[in-house]
Design a protein around this ligand. Structure first.
Ligand code: NI
Length: 160
C-alpha cells in the first residue's frame, strides 16, 4: 500500500463533482488500499477519492481503530436521514481548521463494495457525520461552506 498526497482547499479539483465508479477492478482495489493508508498516516477518520486527486465516487471510513475495522463505500446514495446533531468537524483537506456543523443524527445509505456487490449501511452520530462529510466531498462540497465561521476562514485564507 502506498500513501498519496492530499489535495488541499484552494485546489479546483476539490470543487469538482466525482464520477461514478464503473469498473470494480484491481485499480479500484489499489486506490481504496492507498486511500486507507493515506488516511491512517494522516490520522484522519474518513477520506474520499477526490482528496487524493481521483474524481471517482469512492470513500473509506474508519469504523473502529482498535479493531482495524474500515468501511469502503462506492457510488453511495443517501436513502434516509433522521434528526440532527451539531458537533465539531475537521477535514484532511482543510488542515488545522475545525468548526461546529449540523448533520443528521442517523443516515441510511445504499452503496457498492469494492467487488461491485450492493449493500445498505445504517449509521448514527459520529459515523453518520463521517458518511455525510465524505459524500459531500463527492459533490465538491466542503464543511467550511456551511457556516459563517467556515466562510470567514475561506476569506482569510483567500481560498474558495
Ligand atoms: Ni473531508
Amino acid at each position: 500500500m502506498a500513501s498519496r498526497n492530499i489535495v488541499k482547499i484552494g485546489s479546483a479539483t476539490l470543487r469538482k463533482k466525482s464520477k461514478p465508479v464503473l469498473s470494480f477492478d484491481e485499480d479500484l482495489g489499489a486506490l481504496l488500499d492507498d486511500m486507507k493508508n493515506t488516511m491512517i498516516e494522516r490520522r484522519g477518520v474518513g477520506i474520499s477519492a477526490v482528496q487524493v486527486g481521483i474524481l471517482r465516487r469512492a470513500i473509506v471510513i474508519e469504523l473502529d481503530e482498535e479493531e482495524d475495522e474500515f468501511l469502503e463505500i462506492i457510488n453511495p446514495e443517501i436513502i434516509k436521514t433522521r434528526g440532527s446533531v451539531v458537533a465539531s468537524e475537521g477535514c484532511l483537506s482543510v488542515p488545522g481548521f475545525y468548526c461546529d456543523i449540523e448533520r443528521p443524527k442517523y443516515v441510511k445509505i445504499k452503496a457498492f463494495d469494492r467487488h461491485g456487490k450492493p449493500f445498505e449501511f445504517e449509521a448514527k452520530d459520529y459515523i453518520a457525520r463521517c458518511v455525510c462529510h465524505e459524500i459531500d466531498h463527492l459533490n465538491g462540497v466542503l464543511f467550511v461552506d456551511y457556516t459563517d465561521e467556515g466562510k470567514a476562514y475561506k476569506k482569510e485564507q483567500g481560498v474558495e
